[in-house]
Design a protein around this ligand. Structure first.
Ligand code: SF4
Length: 595
């Protein structure tokens, strides 16, 4: 036993992060220093390997558990908590090492950061997969890439690219090995690692945009991780995530939801758009094309995962790939319907907000006109109800009736929330109490999550024992999720975001606005209202809004609200007597409320 042993028991999965953790986590910069001295990095790494050897490998560690163990390591080594992020990465890598060895190199993805290139001399260009390194010899990326490729790895010089998630969900790789700065690795922990995907990483020593330094020998060592065939041992939701995404592949969509109209699809219309379609088949063709465009498919995943949790958790078992694939078509179709409703709401939202792009393509109303887009949104709502109703013979009339009742209730509540937002946007009086903002959030974000969860529970049997708790959990989760979105709207932590404060420019009634108008004096409140009335994304105007928000303490208060609703959601989850469901709810909180 190491000297860490008295403190290394894996925290129970139900352990919520400390209330302050969520608020503090919005500004973790001081916790992401790389230890400058290699000897310190080696000491941390050695401790991490020792500690990981004693952890329960049957479940992936939640991020707050990694953090707790990392703090323990730093405490024992008497090192600053400034190295917390680095230590968490070292611990995560040590945790998964054994399982990465069980995955053949041909099923591993190596992600290298383009910031390691020699910017002044690099002749490479970019494509959709990232930097196309020419191995010119002016930096080590070329040799590292070649080393990994010789072993069979798939390699991308594309840290943080959306293509990475696509590759993972398409089932092309079973482990990810990465080199990146601590900021990028923190995001990866949020997006990928909690899924239960075996992963290892070596943090860069600097976070500069070019010529970044690294522990290159550790990168080579990571690439050389041997292959020792063995069964996976850690539970994972990856199989279910892949199942949810796979339902929106063209062939699988055609199988689960056969077309009712003949004639060419949009893809087959030779780029003629509407003109290439039979008029009576056009609505179905546009709707199906929209379903295939993309998205995270979170809602159908929630339904599938809730169903799986209540029926033994076989598809989230370490070897659950076949179980996920063999879920009944009726269950898949109802999960698919949940996404269809979501897509319908996106079409209508885009019209109401007059957005130009969705999934990187023109929105439907911009491409086909307002009337056609409204009609396609309506069609999708009808398609969703039809899909659920059609499963009556497979899952029973009562279950279908119960799910339809929940769906219609969610539908009306969502419309009420959206209506309240539109009414506020168009009103002359811009005062809003924080509680009213939260009520709008509860109506706009919670019903979809709640219904997706309910559908999975109901498909597995009676949902009554958990219906009330699932509704309250969803409400707190939805509110926390929406406030985090509001905070992200002003975040400097989003490299792709060129404009901050888009909610303010778009006239959305946010809790940030409500907190500001509540706290500011009359003169500053009048100034804030006058700035918002301009509806401009001018940097000077938004900079002044940010100053007024800061003066009102908006970001701290909003972060405290996130912490409160996160805590309440986890308290509700802790009271669930069904272990798999309890764990799933905590997983939702871990992934959606990104602490
Ligand atoms: S080795 Fe590759 S990434 Fe490095 S400078 Fe040459 S082309 Fe660019």
């Amino acid at each position: 036993m190491s000297s860490l042993s008295p403190r290394i028991n894996t925290p129970p999965v139900s352990s919520p992060p400390a209330a302050s953790t969520v608020a503090e986590a919005r500004g973790t910069g001081r916790l992401k220093q790389v230890p400058e001295d290699r000897r310190i990095r080696e000491r941390i790494r050695t401790r991490a390997i020792s500690l990981a050897g004693e952890l329960d490998k049957s479940r992936p560690p939640a991020k707050h558990q990694l953090e707790e163990h990392a703090r323990c390591i730093l405490g024992v080594l008497e090192l600053s908590d400034a190295y917390l992020g680095w230590t968490m990465v070292a611990l995560n890598t040590a945790f998964w090492h054994g399982q990465v060895t069980a995955i053949p190199p041909g099923r591993r993805l190596l992600l290298l950061p383009h910031c390691m290139r020699n910017l002044g001399l690099c002749p490479a260009d970019y494509d959709q997969y990232g930097l196309r390194c020419r191995n010119c010899g002016n930096c080590s990326l070329g040799t590292l890439r070649e080393l990994a490729q010789r072993q069979g790895y798939r390699v991308l010089v594309a840290e943080g690219s959306p293509i990475v998630m696509q590759i993972l969900l398409a089932g092309q790789v079973d482990a990810v090995l990465g080199v990146a700065c601590l900021n990028s690795l923190e995001k990866a922990l949020d997006k990928i690692l909690l899924v239960g995907l075996p992963s290892m990483a070596v943090p860069l020593l600097t976070g500069t945009c070019s010529d970044s330094a690294s522990d290159e020998d550790w990168i080579r060592e990571m690439i050389a991780t041997p292959y020792l065939a063995g069964p996976p041992t850690t539970r994972t939701y990856l199989h279910l995530l892949r199942c949810a995404a796979g339902m929106f592949d063209a062939a699988e969509l055609d199988r689960l939801v056969p077309r009712t109209r003949s004639g060419p699809s949009l893809a087959e219309s030779n780029g003629q758009g509407l003109a290439g379609l039979e008029p009576i088949a056009a609505t179905e063709a546009i709707a199906r094309d929209f379903l295939l465009r993309g998205g995270k498919h979170l809602r159908p995943f929630i339904t599938l995962a809730a169903y799986d949790a209540m029926t033994g958790g076989h598809a989230s078992a370490p070897e659950g790939r076949d179980h996920a694939a063999s879920l009944s078509d009726a269950v898949k179709r109802i999960a698919l319907a949940i996404e269809v409703f979501h897509k319908a709401s996106l079409v209508h939202d885009d019209i109401e907000d007059d957005d130009s792009y969705r999934y990187g393509l023109p929105t439907l109303h911009r491409k086909y006109g307002l009337s056609t887009a409204v009609n396609v949104g309506d069609y999708l709502i009808g398609l969703g109800y039809r899909l659920v109703a059609a499963q009556r013979d497979s899952v029973g009339a009562e279950a279908v009736a119960d799910i339809l009742a929940r769906l219609s209730d969610a539908h009306t509540r969502l419309c009420e929330g959206q209506g309240a937002e539109l009414a506020w946007r168009d009103a002359r009086q811009k005062r809003l109490a924080p509680l009213d903002a939260l009520k709008i959030y509860a109506l706009k974000t919670a019903p979809a999550f709640e219904t997706a969860l309910y559908a999975g529970l109901r498909l597995a049997g009676s949902a009554e024992p958990y219906r009330e708790a699932a509704a309250r959990f969803s409400r707190h989760l939805g509110i926390a999720f929406q406030i985090l979105n509001d905070l992200d709207d002003w975040s400097s932590n989003q490299p792709n975001k060129r404009v901050r404060g888009t909610d303010l420019v778009g006239g959305r009634p946010t809790v940030l606005w409500a907190l500001a108008t509540e706290a500011l004096g009359a003169a500053e409140r009048a100034e804030l209202e006058s700035l918002a009335e301009q509806g401009t994304s001018d940097r000077t105007v938004l900079g002044r809004v940010r100053e007024l928000y800061d003066r009102a303490g908006v970001h701290e208060k909003a972060s405290a609200l996130v912490a409160k609703h996160d805590r309440r959601a986890r308290e509700i989850a802790d009271q669930i007597d069904h272990g798999e469901l309890r764990r799933l709810l905590h997983y939702f909180a871990d992934t959606m409320i990104r602490v």
